[in-house]
Design a protein. Structure first.
Length: 148
């Protein structure tokens, strides 16, 4: 099973695609966007559509703990995570789970062959698809056992 299946599931649910911002926006603007869309992270994009960074609620909270609420006036560029781990639609769900677990993050941008942003998936999206697959396998096994 690949990320492509998760993207299809998201499209069926009519969920919005990745919420993006430019790196010149303020952290306060990003916080408002997080609240408005009830999401945990925004993707910071380059002019060419590539991923410049990601800013999560955790990033904001950690910086406030370090430097106080004055960080809200800083640009997103000053606070975002720059070394973003990405995947493609062909990446397996198992690989995504491993990357998220190892890196201790909950959002992963999906990029195309030219490293341009396609969408973003969350750990919730990944777990939902994984559980759907496990339930399907269990149903198939029960049906097989009951007929043999």
């Amino acid at each position: 099973m690949t990320v492509h299946a998760i993207l299809n599931l998201k499209a069926q649910g009519m969920r919005p695609s990745a919420i993006t911002m430019q790196s010149t926006a303020t952290v306060m603007e990003a916080a408002r966007k997080l609240a408005q869309f009830k999401i945990g992270a925004v993707i910071i994009t380059k002019i060419d559509g590539g991923v410049a960074g990601i800013l999560s609620e955790r990033d904001i909270v950690r910086r406030i703990a370090e430097a106080g609420s004055d960080i809200l006036t800083l640009s997103v560029h000053d606070v975002m995570t720059r070394d973003v781990v990405t995947c493609t639609a062909d990446t397996t769900v198992e690989e995504v789970m491993a990357r998220m677990t190892h890196g201790r993050f909950r959002h992963m941008p999906v990029v195309d062959a030219n490293a341009r942003l396609v969408d973003v998936i969350s750990i919730g999206d990944v777990l939902k698809k994984h559980l759907e697959e496990v339930e399907h396998e269990a149903t198939t096994l029960r049906e097989y056992i009951s007929t043999h």
